[in-house]
Ligand binder design. Structure first.
Ligand code: SDX
Length: 449
């Protein structure tokens, strides 16, 4: 990514004009290849003494990237220019991994080599396997994921000098290859079953399902339609521009932290119910609703400004239209339920909830549509995953996006440590006078009980 000289800026820059001092500041505009252009305010503080202010980064581009493009108003999601509907229906997850990492679809030879390098890195160091035994059996699998992925940096010293392209690629391949093994083992540990080692003759999604659901006592056969649905789930979760967890990975990586630690930070951020934890929260919400007759009560709670309740699986910072992934996820969930002949009463509540919400003026005005998390839980539940594993599955799919964005950042010549500023609203300078505080009454009695 070259630094932006005049060749990328539009002719007519914006001008910031201070009416009191008469001082003006010209703001260059950098053109995008698709979507909004940006105001280049990198010199704003130096030339005006001002900071920009944008908590939650609702109008702020934190970086430039060529990996994923989202048009929230039109409900468009593309990876390296390819529409998510085409990738979900015509490609497969490892091909999408190659696309995200390298920028183009692979040649037949590169495809074969890439699949081989991922397949032959799926095992974990045996010492790392012992790490699981330090957790309680009822530990949340996401807590285990954060711990084990972070610990990978302790095992792969030979691939943490990421200034070297070869080691950078080894780290990327290792993370994509090992994350399903780590996730499957987190599940096995939580149910007290023996770990199942990966098998190199299985595809990525099939290997994950094998490591998760097979037991030493029985043969393991799985319907190819279920494997395809799992593979499609990973594609739909692969990358999503500068979301909270990806921004966490980029910020951690900007300090020079090793990629394994950065991905562990991304997993921690994804865990939140406003982000990747929403798929688990959707099922819990539907269980709480319990019956279609209770839907109006919960819709009213979601609309009540004084009630913190939100309709989980609805709304999105960027999509102000239907999340294109949700449509594919809904179709996939129905297919899996049909193949497995599962009749999930919660699905009936979800379909009715979606129908009512999409007609409600509150959701229409605020452009709140179902997002990718609204339907994913049904498929995962039907496959036999406990709700506590849902965000783990999101993390398995998203790891390639995180590591591709990390790699793009590391290779960006204008990359520098991320260091946001603030709008300071605290005390101005005051003199240290301990006597005056001695007369004070404690305000923390509630704390010291
Ligand atoms: C993911 O960023 C990504 O790309 C994320 C993701 C990815 O692939 O990485 O797509 C994955 O995280 C999807 C989102 C999963 N989260 C949920 O489903 C949780 C429920 N959704 C909300 O928490 C919320 O919609 C967010 C967090 C997703 C988005 O919040 P924003 O953009 O900060 O929007 P907001 O909170 O400013 O809401 C705008 C208005 C508010 O009302 P007002 O203050 O304007 O009166 O809409 C309301 C909100 O109260 N609102 C909701 C709502 N979501 C927003 N009201 C009820 N139910 C909801 N779900």
């Amino acid at each position: 990514m070259a630094d932006y000289e005049d060749k990328n800026t539009l002719e007519k820059p914006y001008t910031l004009f201070n009416n009191e001092t008469g001082v003006s500041f010209e703001i260059p505009i950098i053109k995008s290849t698709d979507g909004p252009d940006v105001l280049d305010i990198r010199k704003l503080h130096e030339e005006t003494g001002l900071f920009s202010y944008d908590p939650g980064f609702t109008s702020t581009a934190s970086c430039d990237s060529s990996i994923t493009y989202i048009d929230g108003n039109k409900g468009i999601l593309r990876h390296r220019g390819y529409d998510i509907n085409d990738l979900a229906r015509k490609s497969d997850f490892l091909e999408v991994c190659y696309l995200l990492l390298h920028g183009d679809l692979p040649s037949p030879e590169d495809r074969k080599k890439f699949i081989n390098v991922i397949t032959t890195h799926t095992m974990l160091h045996e010492q790392l396997v012992n790490l699981y035994r330090g957790f309680r059996r009822d530990a949340h699998p996401m807590a285990i994921m954060v711990g084990v992925v972070g610990a990978l940096s302790a095992f792969y010293h030979d691939s943490t000098d990421f200034s070297d392209l070869n080691q950078r690629m080894i780290a990327c391949h290792r993370l994509i290859a090992k994350i399903p093994t780590i996730g499957a083992m987190a599940y096995k540990y939580s149910v007290g079953q023996p770990f199942v080692y990966p098998k190199n003759n299985l595809s990525y999604a099939e290997n994950f399902l094998y490591m998760t659901f097979s037991v030493p006592t029985d043969d393991f056969n799985i319907n190819p339609k279920i494997v395809k649905a799992m593979d499609k789930f990973f594609i739909l979760h692969a990358d999503h521009e500068q979301n909270a967890s990806t921004s966490t990975v980029r910020l951690a990586g900007s300090s020079g932290a090793n990629p394994f630690a950065c991905i562990a930070a991304g997993i921690a951020s994804l865990w939140g119910p406003a982000h990747g934890g929403a798929n688990e929260a959707v099922i819990k919400m539907l269980e709480e609703i319990g019956d279609v007759s209770n839907i109006p009560k919960f819709i009213n709670k979601a609309k009540d400004k004084n009630d913190p309740f939100r309709l989980m699986g609805f709304g999105h910072r960027v999509y102000k239209n239907y999340d294109p992934r949700a449509a594919v996820m809904k179709e996939s969930a129905h297919e899996v339920l049909e193949v497995l002949e599962v009749d999930d009463p919660l699905l009936k509540i979800a379909l009715e909830l979606e129908k009512i919400a999409l007609k409600d003026s509150y959701f229409i005005e605020k452009k709140l549509y179902p997002n990718v998390d609204f339907y994913s839980g049904f498929m995962l539940k039907a496959l036999g995953f406990p709700t506590s594993m849902f965000t783990v599955l999101f993390a398995i799919g998203r790891t390639v996006g995180w590591i591709s964005q990390w790699k793009e950042m590391i290779e960006d010549p204008i990359n520098k440590i991320g260091r946001p500023r603030q709008l300071y609203k605290g005390h101005r300078s005051r003199e240290y006078q301990i006597e005056s505080s001695r007369e004070k009454k404690s305000i923390f009695n509630w704390l010291w009980k």
